[in-house]
Ligand binder design. Structure first.
Ligand code: CO
Length: 469
C-alpha cells in the first residue's frame, strides 16, 4: 500500500518574527513590497507579517502607519493567508485592555487583511484569550491559540493536553506550541505532539527559535509525531534567535510523506532578495553576529534570547556587567516567586527587571517594580502555580488580590480613546494605534501631518512649474 501523504505546511516568518528576533523589528514596508509577489507564488500555508512588536516598531522607529503596511501587504498577497501575533488581552501592548478595545482591534485587523490571528497569553491564562478568540470567530477569522512553552514542575504532558482540550472547547481553530526560548528539545517534542494529537482534534502548529541550536531537529521530531504546520524563516533571516531556514526544512522533507511541495528555485530567488538586506544590517550593526550563534545559556537558565540581550544592556546602563551570572541565577527564583510563568512578553521583562533589582540592591525585593506589584496583585491573571505569599504580601500589603478575569474589572475604554484622539484622527484605525501607544502614536500623527503639509507644498510647487504663470 502506498504511503499516505500528509504534506507539511509552512508558515513563513521573515516579515515578522525573523526580523523582530534578529534586527530589532526594523524591516520596513519598502523592504517587503518588492518581493511579496514572488512570495505569494510559493504556496506557503501562511505568511506571518504583522502584530507582535511590528506595530510598535512601525510607529516608534520607522514612522510608518502599521495599518497602511497591512493594507499594502494584503494587496500584494492575493493567494496567501496573512497571519499576525496578538497578545491576548494585552493586544499588542503591555497592559490589559477592556473587551471593547480587544474586539475592535480584532475586527479592524481582519477588515484590513489578516486571516489568521495567533493569540497567546504570557501566563497561559485562557481567560485572557477568550475575548479575542470570540471576536475572531465572529469576524470569520482563523483563531489560533498559542500556548507559551516553558519548563517547570507544573508543565507536565497532562497540563499541556488538558489545556489543549480547553482551547478546543473555547472555539479555537488551531493550536500552536509557541517555544519562544528554544526550550523544546527533539524527543520532548515527540512526546508533546503525540499527546496533543491524541488529546485534541485541533491542527497543531509548532513555533520555535534556533537560540539553543536544537530547533531543526525539534521540527523533524514534531513533524514525525504528527505536527501539521511549522514556522520557518527564509535563510538570510533564519537561525540564531530566529527560526530554522525555510529552504532547509523544505529539503528535509522532500520525497517523504511530509513533502511540502514548495519549489526550491523560487525560494532561492526570494533568498537572493533578502540577502543584501541582511548584509546591510550586518554592516550597519543592526544585526549583531552574536545573535546568529548557539546560545546554550538559554537551555541552562531557561531564558529567551531576547531577554538575555535586554539583561546585558540593563546591567551595562547600571555599570554592573559583573553581576550578569548572579542575575541569571536570580531569574528562576523570581519566576518561582511569581508562580512559575512562561517567560515571554511581558512577563519576561517584568521578571527580568525584578531580578536585576534584587541583585543590584543587594537585598531581594527591597525595591519592587510597579509591574511586579501588578503581577502579584493578580492584574495579569493567574499563573499555573500560586505566588510566593511572603513576596506577595511585601508587594501589595493587605490589598486583596484579584482572582476573577482581570478584564472583568476594566470599564469600556473606547469612548475615552475616541475623545482623546479626535484631533489627530484621519482613519478609524488611528483610535487603536492611540489606545495601545498613546504618546508614540501622537508623535507619529504629528509627523504624518508634517509630511502631508510638505507633500502639499511640493505638489503646489510642481504645479507652478508645470503651469508657469
Ligand atoms: Co517567536
Amino acid at each position: 500500500m502506498a504511503e499516505q501523504k500528509k504534506p507539511l505546511k509552512i508558515t513563513e516568518t521573515v516579515l515578522r518574527d525573523a526580523h523582530q528576533s534578529l534586527i530589532a523589528t526594523r524591516m520596513t514596508t519598502e523592504h517587503m513590497l518588492p518581493i511579496i509577489d514572488k512570495m505569494d507564488k510559493v504556496g506557503y500555508y501562511s505568511v506571518e507579517c504583522w502584530g507582535g512588536a511590528t506595530f510598535d516598531a512601525c510607529l516608534r522607529f520607522l514612522k510608518e502607519d502599521p495599518w497602511e503596511r497591512l493594507r499594502k501587504l494584503k494587496a500584494g498577497f492575493k493567494n496567501t493567508k496573512l497571519q499576525m501575533l496578538f497578545r491576548g488581552q494585552n493586544i499588542l501592548g503591555y497592559n490589559h485592555y477592556s473587551d471593547d478595545v480587544v474586539e475592535y482591534f480584532v475586527q479592524k485587523s481582519i477588515a484590513n487583511g489578516i486571516d489568521i490571528i495567533r493569540i497567546f497569553d504570557c501566563f497561559n491564562d485562557l481567560r485572557n484569550l477568550c475575548t479575542a478568540v470570540k471576536a475572531a470567530n465572529k469576524e470569520k477569522g482563523h483563531a489560533q491559540i498559542a500556548l507559551s512553552y516553558t519548563l517547570g514542575d507544573a508543565y507536565t504532558l497532562d497540563y499541556w493536553t488538558k489545556t489543549a482540550k480547553e482551547i478546543e472547547e473555547m472555539g479555537a481553530d488551531s493550536l500552536c506550541i509557541k517555544d519562544m526560548a528554544g526550550l523544546l528539545v527533539p524527543y520532548e517534542a515527540t512526546k508533546l505532539v503525540k499527546a496533543l494529537k491524541a488529546g485534541t482534534k485541533l491542527p497543531i502548529q509548532i513555533h520555535t527559535h534556533y537560540t539553543s541550536g536544537v530547533a531543526s531537529m525539534t521540527y523533524l521530531k514534531a513533524v514525525e509525531a504528527g505536527a501539521d504546520v511549522i514556522d520557518t524563516a527564509m535563510s538570510p533571516f533564519s537561525m540564531g534567535t530566529s527560526q530554522p531556514a525555510t529552504e532547509v526544512m523544505v529539503e528535509t522533507f522532500k520525497g517523504t510523506e511530509y513533502d511540502t511541495g514548495l519549489d526550491q528555485n523560487l525560494l532561492a530567488e526570494i533568498a537572493d532578495y533578502f540577502r543584501p538586506i541582511q548584509e546591510q544590517a550586518l554592516k550597519s550593526g543592526l544585526l549583531n553576529p552574536k545573535v546568529m550563534g548557539v546560545n546554550i545559556k538559554t537551555l541552562l537558565y531557561q531564558v529567551p534570547g531576547g531577554m538575555l540581550s535586554n539583561l546585558v544592556s540593563q546591567l551595562k546602563d547600571a555599570h554592573a556587567e559583573d553581576k550578569y551570572y548572579q542575575v541569571l541565577e536570580e531569574i528562576p527564583k523570581v519566576r518561582k516567586d511569581f508562580g512559575e510563568p512562561p517567560l515571554v512578553t511581558p512577563s519576561s521583562q517584568i521578571v527580568g527587571t525584578q531580578a536585576v533589582l534584587n541583585v543590584l540592591q543587594g537585598e531581594r525585593y527591597k525595591m519592587i517594580t510597579k509591574e511586579s506589584k501588578k503581577v502579584l496583585a493578580g492584574e495579569f491573571g493567574q499563573t499555573v502555580k500560586p505566588f510566593n505569599s511572603g513576596v506577595q504580601k511585601k508587594a501589595i500589603g493587605n490589598t486583596k488580590p484579584i482572582t476573577c478575569r482581570p478584564a472583568d474589572l476594566i470599564e469600556p475604554q473606547l469612548p475615552k480613546f475616541e475623545k482623546e484622539v479626535a484631533e489627530w484622527k484621519q482613519q478609524e484605525e488611528d483610535t487603536l494605534s492611540y489606545a495601545l501607544f498613546p504618546q508614540v502614536a501622537v508623535e507619529f500623527f504629528k509627523y504624518r501631518q508634517a509630511q502631508q503639509k510638505k507633500v502639499d507644498v511640493t505638489a503646489a510647487d510642481t504645479q507652478n512649474k508645470a503651469y508657469p504663470v
